[in-house]
Design a binder for this molecule. Structure first.
Ligand code: ADP
Ligand code: MG
Length: 349
């Protein structure tokens, strides 16, 4: 049986680390970003994301949108740590020096870099199948980074924004479906379901933007950093990412499926089962899933309002382990698929 993405990382990289981390590194493999010493009073958060043509974006996507997406998904990991973006490096593998493509890509990339206040500081360029690797660096006051491991029984579980947009966008927008969806088991599954294709221009624009320009929740995280007991960004589906949070914190996360937040577009385009499935297993949403003490409820509400961001309570933290799903107060077995894993195919129940 082939290794899962996380077994692979664990077996060949994490567990091969012998001895202590370098004293400058205070958190290594296993969170949304590593943490290391920064300038006085500050720590640096460092994270890498690789985007491969045909896997993370459709082959013929607008290069400017690819540039936007490449940086934004990285910055989402910084938001999950409560860090502010500082700079990034760019590793670019290109099949050819296509000037038109490069001009579009760099406008999108620098558009996002300017918007989120981080600068390109280096990289590497090689020839080969198109892929983009970005390492983003952020800064956070020392001791205030938000990790995956701080959730405590009794905490409230929250999610920012809306879930399911990523997968519904993938299914509804007219990407080169066969080639692209082959890498997306949850999406291939959705293709068998009856998601409607009669997209209004408004839904199209919304879903297109949500896929190519996910909003790293940096402004909210900056204000709520000291209220969040733990956080992760939802890149592989809420079920899998909440599982990472539960494991890192050694707690059970209870998710109320009837409280999951959905956009007007997703509500209009999907059945309830389809959108819950998209939220749990679809991925590509880049929202924050986080926990906070109940005493922080009002403060979180105020910060969400001031950041103009929907923040929804979706469950609670209990003693135990893993993720439990509830539908209108009743435990449910909707838990039959898995989050996106680059090395495992979806297992049918
Ligand atoms: P995320 O979805 O937040 O980007 P991943 O699920 O990709 O995180 O990775 C989980 C953890 O494993 C992260 O801490 C990441 O830095 C680490 N990781 C992933 N691939 C490697 C690798 N090849 N070598 C070392 N660490 C890795
Ligand atoms: Mg992440």
């Amino acid at each position: 049986m082939s290794l899962s993405e996380f077994e692979l990382i664990d077996r060949f990289f994490k567990s091969r680390m012998t001895g202590d981390l370098h004293p400058a590194v205070s958190l290594g493999i296993g969170d949304d970003a590593a943490i290391m010493r920064g300038r006085p009073g500050q720590s640096l958060c460092v994270c890498t994301d690789v985007l491969v043509n045909g896997v993370h974006f459709p082959a013929r996507a607008d290069p400017s949108e690819i540039g936007q997406r490449a940086l934004r998904v990285n910055l989402s990991d910084l938001a999950a740590m409560g860090a502010r973006p500082v700079c990034f490096t760019l590793g670019l593998t290109l099949p050819s020096a296509d000037e038109q493509w490069l001009s579009g890509f760099s406008s999108g990339l620098f558009g996002a870099a300017e918007q989120f206040g981080c600068s390109l500081m280096g990289g590497d360029t090689t020839r080969g199948p198109l892929s983009i690797s970005i390492t983003a660096i952020g800064e956070v006051p020392s001791g205030q980074a938000v990790s995956r491991s701080g959730a405590k029984p009794g905490d409230v579980l929250y999610v920012t924004g809306c879930l399911g947009d990523g997968q519904v966008a993938l299914h509804q927008l007219d990407f080169e479906a066969a080639e692209f969806t082959a890498h997306k088991p949850a999406l291939a599954e959705a293709a068998h379901q009856s998601v409607r294709k009669d997209l209004t221009p408004k839904d199209h624009a919304y879903l297109y933007r949500r896929f190519f320009r996910p909003e790293p929740r940096l402004a909210f995280a900056d204000l709520a950093r000291n209220l969040m007991s733990s956080a992760i960004d939802v890149s592989d589906g809420l079920r899998a990412d909440a599982g990472h949070l539960a494991r890192a914190s050694a707690v059970e996360l209870c998710i109320n499926l009837d409280q999951l937040p959905f956009s007007r577009s997703v509500l209009g385009l999907t059945s309830e089962a389809e959108r819950v499935n998209a939220a749990l297993y679809g991925g590509d949403d880049y929202e924050l899933c986080f926990t906070a003490e109940t005493a922080c409820r009002d403060k979180i509400g105020e910060i969400a309002a001031s950041a103009g961001l929907r923040v929804t309570e979706i469950g609670e933290v209990r003693h135990g382990n893993g993720v439990s799903l509830f539908d209108r107060g009743v435990a449910t077995t909707a838990d039959h698929q898995r989050g996106f894993d680059h090395f495992s195919r979806m297992e049918t129940p």
